[in-house]
Design a protein around this ligand. Sequence first.
Ligand code: ADP
Length: 636
Amino acid sequence: MPQAVTTAATNVTQTGRKRWTGRAVVVWSVVAAVGLALASVAYLWAERLTTERLRVSGAQRLEVYAGSLENLLGKYDFLPGTLELSDDVIDLLQKPEDGALQRAVNEHLERLNGLAGSTSIYVSDLRGITLAASNWREPNSFVGDNVAFRPYVRDALRGRPAGFYGVGTTFLEPGYFFAHGIYRNGRMLGVATVKVNIERLEKTWIQGTDKVLLSDEHGVIFLTSVPAWKYTTLRPLSADVRRELAATRQYYSHALTPLDIRYEPTRDDGVQFVTIRAAAAGSGADTSRRMLSQRLSLAPRHWQFIYLSDLSPARSNAQTAFLLACLLQGFLIVLYLYMRQRRRSLRLKLKAKEDLQHAYDNLELMVAERTYNLKQMTRSLSDEIAVRQWAEDKLRETQNELVQAGKMAVLGQMSAGITHELNQPLTALRTMSDNAAVLLDRGRIDDAKANLGIISQLVGQMGTITGQLKAFSRKSTGNMAPVAIQPAVANALFLVERRLEQERVGFRLNVHHQDACALCEGNRLEQVLVNLFNNALDAMAGMDNRQLTVSIDRQGSRVLICVADTGPGIPDDVRARLFEPFFTTKEQGAGLGLGLAISERIVVEFGGILRADQAPGGGAQFTIDLPISEQGAVHG
Ligand code: ADP
């Protein structure tokens, strides 16, 4: 059964963990997805921002480049028209065979060309034959060339001042041609053409990885910051256009191959992205590059300025933003986890503190409770001790009284003997004193003196008897002191001496250890011995052999006093009850049954033992076993 419970508990825990793990997977997946989405937004935002910056700077550049081109061209716009102000030019057109005039115009044009900074200036007649040119001194001078096929000359001859970019047929130099009709009195006499080199502008366009190009209305790139793109086209040329260009020899014999450009649809804000394959660009290492394309139309000339911004900064900025967003989110997640962990550990700490406080409060309560109980117990114990003390005092008092009563009983038993003991000397005293009076009357002074000496001895004997009785009947002091054993035995013997004599009992004292002392009270030790002697004499009454033997021995740290008799001994049933108070086998009035009970109590109080055994001679033997005292006895 407990195993089943454990299995169920384990299952619950595992299910809980699984559910938790499943939830955590979902939560963290959502967090990762949101984080990725936010990073992507940051990517797009940074890309768009940088693109916008590129667009603005591209537009500004375009304006600047277009402005400088227009400035350059504008400077020469008026120049061909001013040639009709020269009379020499008019005259030459009217008299083309005049060599001096031709020379003068040639020199004039040469000077003018030098002053204006143009590439060349030349004047053609209405047939398109060049009559004078600034480069008249050069071997391949334009003088005599027919330029009627050039569109700008054609337009000027038709009365439309024209501009045209093209590659020169003589020197194959590209340039911008300005052509203007020369009129006198409203009649056209010829055409003046000024050619300007605008290729130097290209050099100022080269800006880092950005690219600039200028194309004509057919999409032919004729000025560009990328040399490889020159005379390529933005889109394939139609056959008609190719024919026309061949006829005008605008780009001389250049192949005009189209660039490999892929155009993306133009955005609402006018921004367009293009991808240009590098193979077409001829740079070799690159494969293809996506760029921001911005156009500016130069309306009157049908040209288009195109500025291509490199998008790699936008891409790297976007990547950086993506990375930063990821890092920031990572940091926030780590911060969140750290804060959560911190909160958790704080909560645990708080809980532990609360538990500790609770335990502390409980402990205090328990301590107070226990202290109260202990106080109660101490109080009841002190009450109990007081009661016990009182009881003990009472008991001791009673015991003392009992001991005293025992003593009195012994004295009472001995009273007949004592009376006899005192009567004998008293009778002798009476006789001796009567005799002494008679002897004095008869003048026998010496005999009377001898009588008085005997009287004094007898009084001394009586004093000794009464002194012993007084000492025996004295109440015990309760003070323990070293007591010499042999004198104590002698004192006790004195009290029963008379009985020994009367009952013809033999007495023997065996002292194996002289001067033996025990720590006890002499008076009470004597009481015990008197008791034992009296019992022994009682037991031997009527026996043929009556012998009382007392021996004093030492056994280690003990003193042994043995009292043996030749009585009948103690039967087993009596031995079992020997020390019971009021147990006696004696006739009524002969014994109270208190002697041995009191004696045992006294010996135990001395720290000793009272034993009853079989005597070697067959009677009873009582042994008082007391702790020895090494100090000498104190006599009081
Ligand atoms: P009591 O002498 O008044 O009877 P004790 O207490 O002194 O009281 O003695 C109890 C009993 O022990 C005696 O009645 C006796 O039967 C027995 N007893 C004591 N001493 C001896 C002894 N020496 N020999 C045999 N019996 C004894």
